[in-house]
Write a protein that binds this ligand. Structure first.
Ligand code: S3P
Length: 438
């Protein structure tokens, strides 16, 4: 199905952000491994997370949906996870696939992993290499899916991932849970820390030393998880689409409630503020060990501001949308140090630049980022067709662009939006967006 987002002058309203995708995957996995029954509230019911729920059930956890966003998981505890009888199909999800590989290796299981055409194109060597160093065996399609992974008695390693990646860190930590000795992961640039936080909530001791933006995580093997109830906070990445649309139109104001505030995820808030965005972040409570906020945006004139290298990991999922903000800004924006974008759900450097160019914005690829020549406020021509490339964030960014461009923006295929934000179109329409699906 395609969608066309037509220009509107006003967006306003207040909406609750959907559950965080990263936390939802982890909650299902950790609850499935733990001893006892955990109640998970606010779970993101996107396709990626549902694939993780199926994978955990295939490995022996009892996973049950009680009602909307309320799930009950009875973990395997002492009995341990079991070999799945079927292929684990992780769909579009890099997080689901890579974290499950850590669990499979650490629990000494044998499993075959597969995924959709986008996931089959993504590199898995980044997790297979450290897992092999720990003692797990694999047979892969040249470092890609489909692949079979076989756990064995693992030995702890000290590992410094060559890329800033929370998925790699988390995979090694989860394998480390089943390894002999203390597993250490060094991160020269700290990435999202939901695994560290949530493992602690399940009773695991995780030591973290932080210094000048780097992080050293240690975890002793053999620790058991104990069931706990988890309240999933709202997804700051999903929230960005709503508040960014509120910045770009001429009138109104958009508030997003229940947004998790975590300094490993809030890069776009800082980047947008540095561009002159009228954004107010108010703390409203705490949930699942995370601070909860309301983010309110008002129409703003933006000035180009290239993001610092240090902020890149904290906005790694937000670059397609950042490209849209840069297109509306006055001046040129250069993104560097973001080569990881090449191996996301799509090559997000190419997909972002193509999205902008198709809509009359001058943009150029760089090996590790992109350059955008901003059109200034309300100057984005629009009128183009964007190829989503199986990438939810490209599709949603293009829809936001259409709200404030001079002519409608079309996306060829919106199916990927359901992986992370099934309510996206309903939410945008309730704010006043004019989006036609067909
Ligand atoms: C995620 C880590 C990031 C991010 C992804 C979710 C996670 O991927 O892009 O959307 O939940 O650990 P990388 O580890 O590849 O940077």
């Amino acid at each position: 199905m395609h969608a066309i987002s037509k220009p509107v002058s006003r967006l306003d309203g207040a909406l609750r952000a959907p559950g965080d995708k990263s936390c939802s995957h982890r909650a299902l996995m950790f609850a499935g491994l733990a001893e006892g029954t955990s109640l998970i509230e606010g779970l993101l019911e996107g396709d990626d997370v549902k694939d993780t729920a199926k994978a955990m059930a295939a490995c022996g956890a009892q996973v049950e949906r009680l009602s909307l966003r309320r799930w009950k998981v009875t973990g395997v505890g002492e009995a341990g996870l079991q070999n799945p009888t079927d292929v684990l199909d992780m769909g579009n999800s890099g997080t689901g696939a890579r974290l499950m590989m850590g669990l499979v290796a650490g629990q000494k299981l044998k499993a075959t992993f597969d995924g959709d055409v986008s996931l089959r194109a993504r590199p898995m060597g980044r997790v297979l290499n450290p897992l092999a160093e720990m003692g797990a065996k694999n047979e892969s399609n040249d470092g890609k899916l489909p692949l079979t992974l076989e756990g064995a008695p693992l030995t702890a390693i000290e590992y410094t991932p060559p890329h800033a990646s929370a998925q790699v860190k988390s995979c090694v930590m989860l394998a480390g849970l089943g390894a002999e000795g203390t597993t250490i992961v060094n991160e020269p640039r700290k990435t999202r820390d939901h695994t560290e936080r949530m493992l602690r909530a399940f009773g695991v001791t995780v030591d973290v030393e932080e210094k000048d933006g780097s992080s050293r995580i240690s975890l002793k093997g053999g620790q058991k998880l104990t069931a706990t109830n988890v309240d999933i906070p709202g997804d700051p990445s999903s929230a960005t689409f709503l508040w960014a649309a509120g910045l770009l139109v001429k009138e109104g104001g958009v508030s997003v409630l229940n947004v998790m505030e975590n300094d490993t995820r809030d890069g776009l808030v800082h980047a947008a503020k540095a561009m002159g965005a009228d954004l107010v972040v108010e703390q409203t409570g705490e949930s699942g060990g995370e601070v909860i906020t309301t983010i309110t945006s008002k129409p703003s004139a933006l000035n180009a501001k290239s993001p610092d290298l240090a902020i890149v990991p904290a906005m790694i999922d937000e670059f397609p949308l950042f490209g849209v903000l840069a297109a509306f800004a006055d001046g040129d924006t250069l993104v560097t140090g973001a080569e990881e974008l090449r191996v996301k759900e799509s090559d997000r450097i190419t997909a972002t630049v193509n999205m902008l160019k198709a809509n009359g914005v001058e943009a150029e690829e760089r090996p590790d980022g992109f350059l955008v020549k901003g059109c200034g406020r309300n100057g984005v021509p629009g009128g183009g067709v964007v190829e989503a490339c199986h990438d939810h964030r490209i599709a949603m960014s293009a829809m936001v662009m259409g709200c404030a461009a001079k002519a409608p923006v079309k996306v060829d295929d919106i199916s990927a939006v359901a992986t992370s934000y099934p309510e996206f179109f309903a939410h945008m329409q309730s704010l006043g967006a004019d989006i036609e699906q067909g």
